[in-house]
Design a protein around this ligand. Sequence first.
Ligand SMILES: [Zn+2]
Length: 148
Amino acid sequence: MSAQQVVLLNASYEPLGKVSFQHAVRMLFREVALVEEQHGERMIGPHPWPRVIRLVRYVAAHWLHRPAGWSRSGVLIRDGQTCAYCGRHGTTVDHVLPLSRGGGSSWLNTVAACAGCNHRKANRTPAEAGMRLRVTPYAPTRAKLAAL
Ligand SMILES: [Zn+2]
């Protein structure tokens, strides 16, 4: 993953998150960013191989501090692919209040879960299923999600 991702700093050196390698290279060629830390001696065109890039001009990154849009993959990233019920590896997304009972696909109503717990909980609330959430779901900002 680290080879594919490049850390993006604001002009003020404040970390803004990570961008894909391709995105970083495009920013270098558009001259909106400079290589701050390079990866070995390799070059990509006239530029050092980027590991950390920095924006030439400061951007007020307020959007980064707004909640990210909800997605299944985002939930798994937020929860570190850890099951919210048993703490084991979780690759499925559970709706705390099931969809069929009016629960929405939102940050606060979804958690990562292992297939076993997801299956066991089925169409019930955690209380009905006698299962306890080990984490409190929260809405991550874009910056937080990018940094995980
Ligand atoms: Zn589990």
